[in-house]
Design a protein around this ligand. Structure first.
Ligand code: BT5
Length: 255
């Protein structure tokens, strides 16, 4: 933790590292007094969560498992951009610190550019005026340790030895910078260049996709763009447009 704090140079208000916990997201959500820019890193997580209460597995020491808490000044209507902002940041940091090219799948996955397998997942949860953003990234995870066929790790992408602290510092430095730029313009993703970076990073855009919504609806069409709230705009086959929020989606897959 001291090494991490020193490398971050005071830009993160509170940095904690624990050997193990249930879920770093759950811990920060429960910590109602946590200051803006709190970070909680866990070596091992016993009850890691994905969206919709799905599980997130991370063998101890093989990945990065952490959450940050931020208290944005930007209006709540723009907070849908936070997982997307995190995805853009992860992509840049992974490319810089591990030399692996990745893309972002709307709304919350990081995929290896080479084979489309999932390298990382992002889980943003709101509690009052705070947002907790959790990140699980597979670093040295082996094939046998990965829970599903569609998962991969930096090591499996040919990254070689990756210094996890260095990678985490690269992520947190970039995340702080992007958050500040975005918050300074009131969460306007176009004005701070985030929307442009996202359009470049996102492999979902321009694809034909099938979305299964939580209410059972199925939407098929071309993923055209992302709007000012971070929602996906899908041009449906009949020429209409569906506006899809991250919270409404059970599955999204290219067709
Ligand atoms: C996510 O959910 O991808 C968000 C994962 C967020 C995890 C972080 S770790 C730190 C913080 N604390 C937490 O408790 N959570 C956050 P979703 O899109 O729902 O994907 C979950 C699905 O990904 C699972 O149902 C599995 O199929 C798959 N999965 C589970 N573990 C994985 C892994 N290590 N790598 C790739 N895929 C995995």
């Amino acid at each position: 933790a001291d090494e991490l704090r020193a490398a971050l140079g005071g830009r993160w208000a509170r940095v904690q590292v624990v050997e193990q916990t249930g879920s770093t997201n759950a811990d920060l959500l429960a910590d109602t007094g946590a200051p803006d820019r709190s970070v909680l890193v866990a070596e091992a997580q016993q009850a890691g969560r994905g969206r919709l209460d799905r599980g997130w597995t991370s063998p101890p020491g093989a990945g990065l498992t952490f959450s940050v808490l931020v208290r944005p000044a930007a209006p709540i209507a723009t907070w849908g951009w936070l997982p997307l902002l995190t995805g853009v940041t992860l992509r840049e940091a992974v490319s810089e610190a591990a030399g692996v090219e990745v893309s972002v799948k709307w709304p919350n996955d990081l995929l290896a550019a080479a084979d489309g397998r999932k390298l990382a997942g992002i889980l943003a949860q709101t509690s009052g005026e705070a947002v907790v953003i959790g990140i699980g990234l597979n670093v040295s995870t082996s094939d046998e340790e990965l829970p599903v066929e569609t998962a991969t790790s930096l090591a499996l992408c040919g990254a070689g030895e990756v210094d996890r602290t260095r990678l985490l510092v690269a992520i947190l430095n970039r995340l702080d910078a992007r958050l500040a730029q975005w918050d300074d313009v009131g969460g306007d993703a176009e004005a701070c260049g985030l929307a442009a970076a996202y359009r470049e990073a996102c492999s979902t855009l321009r694809l034909r996709v099938a979305v299964t919504a939580l209410d059972g609806r199925r939407i098929e069409g071309v993923a055209r763009d992302v709007d000012s709230a971070g929602r996906l705009l899908v041009t449906t086959l009949d020429g209409g447009e569906s506006v899809i929020g991250a919270g409404d989606v059970e599955h999204l897959r290219p067709i």
